[in-house]
Design a protein around this ligand. Structure first.
Ligand SMILES: N[C@@H](Cc1c[nH]c[nH+]1)C(=O)O
Length: 389
């Protein structure tokens, strides 16, 4: 017997779930194509170096060897392959791109998570304007409204906020990393021990409150206004305050702010955002600005903003109902195949699979649809049950 069980962390997806996923994917793609996003498909496999940005072991990537014993990676992320693509193809910038594809990460055993996920994503490259971030957030709001009953909340952050605070305190980059680490993990005892060194400084009051500065946006902004921050940090706060006031105009959109969280990806350099629904821990949307990333692949940096959209979560948690019209059936004889071909161009019919007309009729009755046959003149005839009596 062949082995029939699947590798750990993988699954078959089929039937209603797969239909829902396909529908959502198609709707998102349609929206992006009409908005002039260019579709890009890159391979599942890339050279290891494309992901130098990541700690591949910690991330849990699949590594394979090609015929030259060279390490290849099953992509854990689709933004880095797109950056590699831009450096190797002469595509005109600025430009908006999108992709839909599989990504792979080995999750912890028994975590209940899958190692292969379909992700859609957009990358808006070459535009320094805040309009790039706003377009992503508008899209989160629209997808949430269409597929998640408006339940997705947006959580804003900034990849440089922590450095903007810590750069004013110390030049010791190792210490800065340690403080950030404990702050992001909300490990209070260790965090407090590290910041003790700055007890005599004005910013110490802020440092003590920092790990708790997340949640309702007006609450966080009110709290933070009690402190005098370094100029760069204050500029970030001003920018986030401004964006928040714009986001308030989106229908039904809850917005949160987290100033003590690690940026979702190491390559972000500016505003970051995640979209989540309350009942689940994984994010449906995750993105941010990454102005330096392209410099790793080519000479010139490019301003860029992008986000990933988790199609698995959308398929699992969307309650859209994909109503399918019931199709009437066509019973035909194999020698009528040419006529069938003509008829299907004009009529929306499903072909009966039964060999016998009476069986086809039984199926049609069970499905509560009409049954048609093709008469000698090539015309459709509705089959009336009495004809069998
Ligand atoms: N690649 C990121 C999402 C993203 C796209 N563009 C920028 N960020 C992720 O998977 O989290």
């Amino acid at each position: 017997m062949y082995k029939v069980n699947l590798p750990l962390g993988t699954r078959d997806s089929f039937g209603e779930r797969e239909k829902k996923k396909y529908y959502i994917k198609a709707e998102i793609e349609k929206k992006l194509l009409v908005n002039n996003f260019m579709k890009v498909s890159t391979p599942l496999l890339e050279h290891k170096e494309v992901f130098s940005e990541f700690d591949l072991k910690q991330m849990g990537t699949y590594q394979l060897l090609d015929s030259n014993d060279e390490s290849l990676i099953l992509r854990p992320d689709l933004t880095l392959p797109l950056a590699r693509f831009l450096a190797t193809n002469n595509v005109k910038l600025p430009q908006k791109f999108y992709y839909v594809g599989e990504r792979f990460k080995i999750s912890k055993a028994l975590s209940g998570k899958y190692n292969q996920m379909t992700q859609a994503g957009i990358e808006i490259v070459g535009y320094p304007s805040i309009r790039a971030e706003l377009e992503c957030m508008l899209m989160i709001n629209q997808i949430s409204t269409e597929f998640l009953e408006g339940k997705a909340q947006i959580e804003l952050g900034h990849a440089q906020f922590a450095d903007a605070i810590l750069d004013e305190l110390t030049q010791d980059s190792k210490l800065k990393e340690k403080i950030k680490n404990e702050l992001f993990r909300k490990n209070m005892p260790k965090y407090l021990a590290y910041i003790d060194a700055f007890k005599d400084q004005k910013v110490y009051e802020f440092l003590k409150k920092w790990p708790r500065l997340f949640g309702n946006i007006s609450w966080v902004l009110r709290k933070i206004s009690e402190f005098e921050l370094p100029i760069k940090a204050q500029q970030i706060i001003n920018q986030l305050t401004q964006i928040t006031s714009w986001l308030e105009q989106l229908p039904n959109q809850k917005v949160l702010l987290d100033l003590s969280v690690a940026p979702p990806q190491s390559y972000y350099t500016g505003i970051t955002f995640k979209g989540f629904i309350e009942s689940i821990s994984d994010y449906v949307f995750s993105g941010g600005r990454y102005n330096q990333l392209l410099e790793n692949f080519q000479e010139q940096a490019e301003p860029a903003v992008g986000m990933g959209i988790d199609l698995e979560i959308l398929a699992d948690f969307s309650d859209i109902n994909i109503e399918q019209d019931k199709k009437n059936l066509l019973y035909y004889y194999p020698h009528q195949l040419g006529m069938v071909n003509q008829i299907l161009k004009k009529h929306d019919l499903e072909l009966s699979m039964e060999n016998k007309l009476e069986d086809a009729l039984l199926v049609a009755k069970r499905k509560n649809v009409e049954l048609y046959v093709i008469d000698k003149g090539g015309q459709l005839q509705n089959v009336i049950e009495d004809s069998f009596d």
